[in-house]
Design a protein around this ligand. Structure first.
Ligand SMILES: C[S@@+](CC[C@H](N)C(=O)[O-])C[C@H]1O[C@@H](n2cnc3c(N)ncnc32)[C@H](O)[C@@H]1O
Length: 242
């Protein structure tokens, strides 16, 4: 104990979370807050899927936060999946194609979450993924996803204007603001036709997602999760009937 204290005092930077760890933990807490309002928790589920897990930026914390939970992740990036497999041998990480299906069985997970994945799909592909994720969700289970809606557009323009100008096609936000469609999708890279930039209006989502999935929309939490650099994303939670 004394040695640990000495170490902390001598090298405080080693024991302070980095900005990216703080962001990841704050985002997981935002998911947890929504889950708790519906009597769920990362710790109380038996089997969870991080859809579009990337290199495990969020997933990796869950091995410590929810040690009893079986943890799986999937992503289209073979490299990202390989990184997760190497770092977390106790998890189940698999690569999937840009369009469904997943290799998982029906009703395999009681919690599915995604961070900033439905912010990238075309309208038809997003519907196909909603149906596919509903298939692998257990009855009584929930899925929680983040989306970009109109509030994202407003916040991004307020807080990240320079970044948008530099990194995003200007037609992305301008087009959206001019026409304010319900489902706005622009391709970012012609080589990745199913990995563009998506904004979904709240009204469209509330009407479409329950219809598409057969699930019940428990809550739509606007601007609920901190996002960098765009400011925020919304969180949506849906439940599958028992
Ligand atoms: C903005 S990143 C977020 C990554 C991760 N969720 C995180 O929070 O760090 C979007 C991720 O979605 C993945 N992705 C894109 N299309 C996908 C698809 N059809 N199925 C699974 N993952 C996909 C990308 O490879 C990328 O890792």
């Amino acid at each position: 104990m004394k040695a640990l204290l000495r170490d902390v005092l001598r090298r405080p930077h080693l024991h302070r979370p980095t900005d990216s760890v703080r962001l990841a933990l704050s985002q997981l807490q935002a998911f947890e807050a929504v889950l708790n309002r519906h009597q769920r928790s990362f710790q109380r589920c038996s089997s969870l899927l991080d859809f579009g897990c990337g290199d495990g930026r969020l997933t990796r914390h869950l091995f410590r936060v929810a040690p009893q939970t079986r943890i799986a992740g999937c992503d289209v990036s073979a490299e990202a999946v390989a990184t997760c497999q190497r770092r977390h041998p106790s998890g189940l990480f698999v690569k999937n194609a840009p369009t469904p299906p997943l290799l998982f069985s029906d009703a395999q997970f009681d919690l599915i979450y995604s961070y900033s994945v439905f912010t990238h799909f075309s309208e038809s592909n997003h519907k196909a993924w909603l149906r596919e994720l509903s298939r692998v969700l257990q009855p009584g289970g929930v899925m929680v996803h983040t989306v970009h809606s109109h509030v994202y557009v407003r916040r991004a323009r307020m807080f990240s204007h320079d970044w948008i100008v530099k990194n995003k096609p200007s037609r992305y936000l301008e087009g959206f603001l001019q026409s304010t469609p319900d489902y706005y999708y622009v391709m970012n890279d012609a080589a990745l036709p199913e990995y563009g930039l998506t904004v979904i209006s709240k009204e469209y989502l509330v009407a479409t997602w329950p219809q598409e999935t057969g699930l019940t929309l428990l809550e739509y939490d606007e601007a609920a999760i901190e996002a960098y650099p765009e400011g925020c994303q919304d969180i949506v939670i849906l439940e599958k009937a028992r």
